[in-house]
Ligand binder design. Sequence first.
Ligand code: BES
Ligand code: ZN
Length: 890
Amino acid sequence: MRDAEPSAIYLKDYQVPSHLIDKTHLHFILHPTKTRVSSDLTIRKNPDADTKSNELILHGQDIDLQSVSIDGRQLDDRDYQLEAECLRIANVPEQFVLSVVGLIAPADNTSLEGLYKSQSMYCTQCEAEGFRKITYFLDRPDVLSEFTTTVVADKTEFPVLLSNGNPIKSGSLDDNMHFVTWHDPFPKPAYLFALVGGDLECIQDSFTTTSGRAIDLKIYVEEKDLDKCDHAMASLKSSMRWDEDVYGREYDLDIFMIVAVDDFNMGAMENKGLNIFNTSCVLAKAETTTDAGFQRVEAVVAHEYFHNWSGNRVTCRDWFQLSLKEGFTVFRDAEFSADMGSRTVKRVEDAKLLRAMQFAEDAGPLAHPVQPASFIEISNFYTLTVYEKGAEVVRMIHTLLGAEAFRQGSDLYFERNDGKAATIEDFVSSMEEAGGRDLSKFMSWYHQAGTPKLAVTADYNSSSREYALTFNQTCPTTPECDSEDKKPYLIPVAMGLLGSNGPLSLVPETDVDFSLSKNDTHCVLELTQPQHRVVFKDINAPPVPSLMRGFSAPVRLQFDYSPDDLITLMTQDDDGFTRWDACQQLCVSVIHEVEASLQQGKEPSVDSRLSDAARALITNQNLDPAMVALMLTLPSEGYLAEIATTANIDTIHSAREIVRNHLAASLKTEFAERFDSLPYFPEYEANAVQIAVRSLKNCCLGYLVATADPVWLERAMTQYRTATNMTDQSAALSVLALSPDSKAVDYSVSALSEFYQQWQSEALVVNQWFSVQAMQPGEKAVDRIRSLMQHEAFNINNPNKVRALIGAFANNNPVCFHNSDGSGYRLLAEVVKKLNATNPQIAARMLGPLTKWRKYDSKRRELMQAELNSIKQTVGLSKDVFEVISKSLA
Ligand code: BES
Ligand code: ZN
């Protein structure tokens, strides 16, 4: 594939494009191995480019070039130079039309980037740099062009031919062929181009904007999936309304289309007017889709729709600005989900993801800033840091400015940059202007990698009745910067103080900027220095501080809470996030005690304060059942590993199991009573109330099955067999299949085989079946995965299948993946080597768990490094895999 090692590109080297492409006319004749792509590009020299050279360099890859002409005059091969990844034309006029014809082979394109086939359908994926696999172009996001696209294909096989914008012409041609021409009036970068050809059906609806324009909405799927589109359509309409209400943003074209495809590297893509979705993120129906699946569909539909403004109307100058569209849009979709369901539950789920996964990324060898300074392969930078931490950074701006100024800042940003390619600095400067404040100290969040640590200590002075908090911030060394060289962060700390009779009035005395709530019991401090001291006056007794309410900044908070302090927070604080977090910390401390006993060979005991607190939660009918379920869910093994310096997977697992079994045994009656008293909804709806009830019910069922009481095994099996929705069916399947108790084996075997029998024709449901089995415990796990890879339903070219089986194993079955014989690592390495040749993006993504080798003991480190080294020797190593491996081993 390549001779030299791939090299990095740097943000500091950014230069404006040498040329602009005002208009792009494309003509496709679809064919599996010889699709003919003809392009006519209206090009002119960029007046802002300072180069005197008349050379035009276009990106292009895997294209069989047929002809090149300028203003109708065909060039011969002395006029241009063809290289593996570009086409150079030495002497071009100031202004001209470039016509290029090339052949491409979508049926052979397993990378799922560019034009490819998913089953019988043709589709495209161009972000970030896939358009260059379709035709020669300036494939960079700051080159915006007006596209007109004609697609020609067989009428019977491909009755539906779609592209961006509006259809302007269509008709029949000879040989049973037909064509459709589409025109997109909004200039856009090539990464937003899309084309679809297939035998598809659609559901249709319409949305009337506030200004009275009627928009046609269409969701295209295979005929068999027509009954699974209603939820996505409803989500789309809610998203359109929400973006008008909350951001004042209307949709701009007359049609909005979504197409579902089976083979897709990501979740979905925001192509202008023609979003392409992984089937997993658009199809939903009660019988086949879990509550989490319904929520995912709603969130992804919203996310891609919101990109129409944050990403498409205002796009990115270069890929270092990726978080400008992704971080902002994730923030927007999170707020949308919070408004559609339970705000606190959404916040807890996001904080959980960030702390378990993004903090791990930020502490590992692939850590990078939200605005990276360099990359080898941009596909490797669609990360939790750019997305999730990027969204937290936008959220902090929202916290610092307040909702009203934030909205003004967003209006200013859209107005100023509409139709343009912008930078993160453009976004922040609009926010600065609208907020009337300087955010320069805030920029560390964009420029520095690593999770800041905020250590807080308290002292109370009874004679002066003063309570003082001292805040110390540090940020660990990351690949791009040493700890000592890091600038401090502007950290918003949302907080309050709890006294024995509830929240205290805050009278802060400090040089820190802060804002106080109307009732004085809540404030947001703005830390900017490595150390700050904040004194609260008129405090009669040592209070319990409630810190980082709503997870006000993505930091590791350190405060020495006693178990009783945590129980106070859990039961008394106004903030749902803090209540949940206190409960998690109590669980962590109890699990850590058990771990310590195990390591010292002592009989472990579980602090009874945890079971008492848990009892109070289960029996409290006034709490949101979804919050109770979240609080009763022990921290994941992944999170426990993340907060450990060296992760001892086996001890973590045993300690967690001991605590879980202890809770199950000591609260069996309470779990059973709550399980039986919660309602069953015969008419399934994916609303917050129903979802909350099902989550608590299935949480109780999990604990009850953990008691290994035959009655509860039987009841879980009954739920499995009688469930009329996938949430209850798959919850029952999971608790049985993942139970380590031998009494569960027969149930587990029957349920798994019945499940496949029942659902073998539903690909997305079969993926759940793969995932459950990937997470099953026991010595035979690796063999089981290997034989499932041979199963008729498995297909290594389908990313959803790879994620469901291999991804679930490597990420969610830590005990088996980290088996000290190295068999889990070997399996993953073999898969990565295969994928490297077919789908480098997925190969690089799957590598994730192996790159974190520094977290483990020396034996495992060596085994993991050995696998990484062996992958590194692969002939034809892709840029994607090369970058991840070399950074991980560095
Ligand atoms: N623009 C991305 C999709 C994308 C990224 C396609 C990189 C190709 C390469 C899209 O807007 C996105 O972010 N999708 C997310 C889901 C979203 C809800 C965060 C995804 O695909 O996972
Ligand atoms: Zn996105």
